[in-house]
Write a protein that binds this ligand. Sequence first.
Ligand SMILES: Cc1cc2nc3c(=O)[nH]c(=O)nc-3n(C[C@H](O)[C@H](O)[C@H](O)COP(=O)(O)O)c2cc1C
Length: 302
Amino acid sequence: MLLGAATFPLSDLYLLRTVGVFFMQPRNSHTSTVSVVRGGEAYLEGYLLLNWTAVSILTNLNHSKGKYKVRRKQLIAATFVCLWVLLSGDEKISEKTLAMEVTRKTIELPPPRTHSDISLERALIQRRTVRQLHEDPITLSQLSQLLWAAQGITDNRGFRTAPSAGALYPLEIYVMVGHVDGLSTGLYRYHPKGHTLLAMANDDRRSQIADAAWDQDWMAKNAVLIAFCSVDSRTTGKYGRRGVRYIHIEVGHAAQNMLLQVQALGLSAGVVGAFDDDAVRGILDLPNNERVLYFIPIGKKR
Ligand SMILES: Cc1cc2nc3c(=O)[nH]c(=O)nc-3n(C[C@H](O)[C@H](O)[C@H](O)COP(=O)(O)O)c2cc1C
């Protein structure tokens, strides 16, 4: 509360956390409470950081001759972190974030529908991996529906179509658009909050991805190629190594939702888990803390 809400680019947040963790070596899980990462940006509440710093100091108190004392280096580090938050301030950081957002166009997606004539059972029985897809365009409404099915917000608390451990939502969805009516070819990132797409690049990267997936050429021929990615720290910050297991479970939930929606829309899709991790990360220009988990090529059946 002391500082109010401050926004931090992810890189600053991680540097901040690394410095804090390195100097103060907190022995509990409170470091996880500092970050609430949404849509690739980290929104850090200043008071949470102060809270964390205080907890870190308290958990590192040294018991000496019946008295507790704080180690000097911990106190210096804590002061440094608090000063950093105060001095780096909202203004500078918001400007940087704003500049980034301005260069990237946001596309509002049509609202998703919540009724359809096809039953869940029909969608389940029809679902099949299809590797021969058409390059015919799909509509923006269909793309909107597919993204909503995977990670759309369905609750005023921010909960989504797929469950997430601790409601921490580590998944990020990228769309490589080949042929969508009303949308240019390129790379987009889905933002569940607001149900929008953020344009990231205007070139077609599907062939490069197909090459990096050990030459699965069929991945380049479709209407859209979806990439499910994760920012692991959102979940491992709270759950440690077990968080990685949760993320892998979560991508299964989200991907299956999308596959069933594919059926309900009368489209076809495949799934791809075989690819060179570093190569696909590079092709999508992902930040260091993000990795690709799964691809879903979607289109009309050939
Ligand atoms: C985790 C996972 C990874 C997969 N990776 C690939 C892949 O890289 N390439 C591919 O053609 N199919 C891949 N598949 C699809 C399977 O081959 C397919 O699901 C299986 O043959 C059963 O067919 P069905 O999906 O039509 O039921 C993958 C499936 C899963 C669950």
